[in-house]
Design a protein around this ligand. Structure first.
Ligand SMILES: Cc1cc2nc3c(=O)[nH]c(=O)nc-3n(C[C@H](O)[C@H](O)[C@H](O)COP(=O)(O)OP(=O)(O)OC[C@H]3O[C@@H](n4cnc5c(N)ncnc54)[C@H](O)[C@@H]3O)c2cc1C
Length: 310
């Protein structure tokens, strides 16, 4: 594929790092998916902003966090995949915490606990980054990002930096309305003061509950479908006979049937086909059309972006 040898030449000279053709499967929880044409790790905010300002618009750029909500298709992702490395700052100021978008949700929860700040415990069990949490309005146990956000910082596709209020974010269930090609680089969250030990105990309880109910140690992408208003996706899937269903190496979790699992040798195609099969069964069984919560990216295997030979 000649294009592979030239794409980096067409990209702006940056201080961060470009890697041609890296396999993305190792960067996602499902451990499936083809390569990126180019992976870009910005050196810092200025570098990222420069890249976006000078990149030609014909070359697409998509951002990923730690891939805990992603199904990357087997053919890979054309153009540039941006992955924040660094962006790990955490500054505690009174009852507010400023944090880089590359920080893991769990790390933020632990820092808040150590500082005697409560309301961020829910983040302990969400295995993504702050960038992914902002994009997805991540949440659980009745609290989500929108409830704790003071402001978010994002870079648009022209490299311009925006400070966004919760209203600007237009949050809804597992969704925000900020354009898909804007990249979150940081956020400021509010908390309430509390007792460190009590916060730790609550966090522990939430984590135990989660481990009991979800296959958190498997190769999964978390909840596959958003809960439709007034329903639980897992119940609809269960009623439609989806629990344990298998296609190739992909399986609907026996433990929590809104989770898909790569049992070892699944392809992205197996997982997507299994998801679509479940959707069709639920539609037939209950008349409800489930919406994918997992974000699917890239081409299927017929289109193939080539991996760089190791
Ligand atoms: C075991 C398990 C349990 C989970 N439990 C929960 C849960 O309880 N609640 C919940 O809400 N989710 C849950 N998830 C899903 C997932 O962890 C969250 O959606 C998380 O917020 C995704 O973050 P990420 O960094 O992994 O993003 P990715 O999965 O890499 O990407 C997800 C989306 O965010 C975008 N994105 C990522 N980083 C940025 C950025 N810096 N700027 C702009 N866009 C960005 C991507 O383009 C993509 O659209 C779970 C997942 C797993 C595997």
């Amino acid at each position: 594929m000649g294009k592979l040898n030239t794409i980096i030449e067409k990209l702006p000279s940056i201080r961060g790092r470009y890697t041609e053709g890296p396999e993305l499967s190792r960067l996602t929880w499902f451990r499936v998916g083809g390569p990126a044409e180019v992976l870009y790790k910005p050196a810092d905010l200025e570098d990222l902003s420069f890249f976006l300002k000078h990149k030609t618009k014909e070359i697409p750029a998509l951002t990923i966090g730690v891939g805990s909500n992603l199904l990357i298709r087997d053919g890979g992702i054309p153009g540039v995949v941006v992955r924040l490395q660094g962006f790990n700052n955490i500054v505690v100021q009174g009852n507010e915490i400023e944090v880089g978008a590359g920080v893991l949700d769990r790390t933020l929860a632990l820092v808040a606990q150590e500082e005697g700040l409560q309301n961020l415990e829910f983040l302990a069990g969400i295995p993504g980054t702050i960038g992914g949490a902002l994009r997805m309005n991540a949440g659980c146990y009745g609290i989500e990002i929108k409830d704790i956000l003071v402001s978010a910082l994002a870079v648009d596709n022209q490299g311009k930096i925006h400070k966004l209020t919760p209203e600007d974010m237009g949050f809804s269930y597992r969704h925000c309305k900020i354009p898909q090609d804007w990249i979150f680089v940081g956020a400021r969250f509010k908390a309430k003061s509390g007792d460190s030990q009590e916060i730790a105990a609550r966090m522990e309880k939430l984590l135990t509950e989660r481990e009991d109910a979800q296959p958190v140690k498997s190769r999964t992408g978390g909840s596959t479908f958003a809960n439709p208003e007034g329903y639980k996706a897992w119940e609809l899937i269960d009623k439609a006979g989806g629990r344990g269903l298998k296609i190739g190496g992909a399986q609907v979790s026996e433990k929590h049937c809104n989770f898909l699992i790569n049992t070892g040798d699944a392809t992205a195609e197996d997982l997507e086909l299994l998801g679509e099969t479940i959707r069709a069964r639920v539609l037939e069984n209950s008349g409800i059309d489930l919406r994918w919560e997992i974000v699917r990216m890239g081409f299927n295997k017929n289109y193939e972006v080539k991996a760089k030979a190791a």
